[in-house]
Write a protein that binds this ligand. Sequence first.
Ligand code: FAD
Length: 528
Amino acid sequence: MTHQPTAVVIGSGPVGSAFARTLLESDPDVRVVMFEAGPQLTETPGESVRNIPDPAEKERARERSQGPLSGSYRESLGIPGTAVVEGMFTARQGTYLLDFGGEGSAHSVGFPAAAAATNVGGQGAHWTAAIPRPAFSEKIPFIGDEEWEELIGEAEHLLHKQSAAFADSALGAAIRSLLEEEFAAELPEGYGVSTLPVAGDPQPDGTMRWAGADSVLGPLIDPSSPLSQRFELRDLSLVRRVEFEGRRATGVTVQDLRTGETSVFPADLVVVAADAFRSPQLLWASGVRPRALGHYLTEHPVVISTVALDAGKMERFANEADLVEEQARRAKNPADPVAAVNRIPFSEPEHPFSVQVMYADVPPFQLDPAHPLSGNRWGYVNMGYGVRKRPRYEDGVTFDDAEPDFSGFPNMTIRYELTAAEEAEIAEATERLRRAGGALGHFVAEPRLLPNGSSLHYQGTMRAGDTDDGTSVADPFSRVWGYEGLSLAGNGLIPTATTMNPTLTSVALAVRGARQAASDLRSKGGRS
Ligand code: FAD
């Protein structure tokens, strides 16, 4: 009997899912087992919790994602949910701070908002689902334009890209017109004010079913598809180590969190897709310790504000009937606060920022009812300018073998600093945000820089490069330099300074990595 090749994917977020799917579609023989440390939240594995209509149920799903210290997560293991650790608090709903301050907490110096999600679907069960393409110097330098176009197109397909989301919203169009008046003359052709591409499927009633890992897994979780026969997802399964013979990965040691039992699971290929902090941590714990591991951490600093839309300005481009129509649409899905998403993309050298402009009928915080702009009839926009962070070796996460974290892994210390290069662009972004706010209405929250780590878009900690010169962890096909059968997936591979949401880029890299891994598996097994 011939040996059926087996691949293990560690982590069930959208990027690990893209790797799994591409591998199964590229190799007719391979079997893929995906291990996920967190619980399954929705009947369809990996679905966005934003699709859950009941607010209490949605809240519970978010809490269950907040790691081993959250009460609901403990309940899913049969431990009383009341045993919540003091000091535990949430970063963004569905995530938990790595430096949460309790026993076994990570340490963070200058990156206080670093956060993670532990659940089937990963952060992709909680994300905003914005999927802009990287541009100019944000792009991956070692992939040629023609191949990149194909890869990014495939990534958009896997993520159910929807560029026309809310494009019919007259209010969204009015917001674009006002921003165009202010900025169009300064923006290059093709990089002007536009709608923001998002991942999801518009529903006949005008609402959106947001995409998550479920959309990416697609046929893998559809029992009628033959691909599902070769795919298995095991939740509450924490991978503790990657196992090796010399420098060849041979499988993983995995702990079943329901029973506490640990076993070795053999595999021909191990794919580490456990996010930009926990992937390097797992590699470190497994003895894989290249110089660049954990270093070169970047995110894009974000300057944000909330603006009440000015009736007089909006009425130049939209009328009362448009407003009533928008309000009626919003009333259909009051639990989903996102509508009419616009943006100004990154371009060089004129506009080294990614701007996201989200329309909503209420501000994202409790506005004092006595505030003159409370209950603003034309609604509000939440605007954010994403700014570059230049990669530096000294920004990153290190691991301490002598100090276990709450899961028993070598604990993390994150060190991170903004430099003069970032400060200058942050100042420029703040000034532009003031202009954008002035063009649209009146500030109800003044522009401010969010604490480092707030973007949730952590990159560079296991970066890919085209030479093994100590500044990268993986080769251009996401394989760890110097190892066999060990591939990586996730935002940590992105080596460039970016200003926008990274998931689309990481899915494109996962497609490339998985195709290569399929070809490696075929040649290793003597299959053509
Ligand atoms: P993740 O989704 O982080 O999944 C990693 C998984 O690995 C987790 O489920 C974790 O439990 C599991 N894991 C870790 N260690 C182990 C282990 N040892 N064993 C087993 N399993 C393990 N991105 C965008 O591009 N656009 C957006 O608009 C956007 N908005 C966001 C909004 C929010 C509120 C959040 C939280 C994130 C947002 N992001 C956005 C980021 C986006 O969700 C991530 O880029 C994406 O989920 C990364 O996918 P991934 O598969 O690499 O990792």
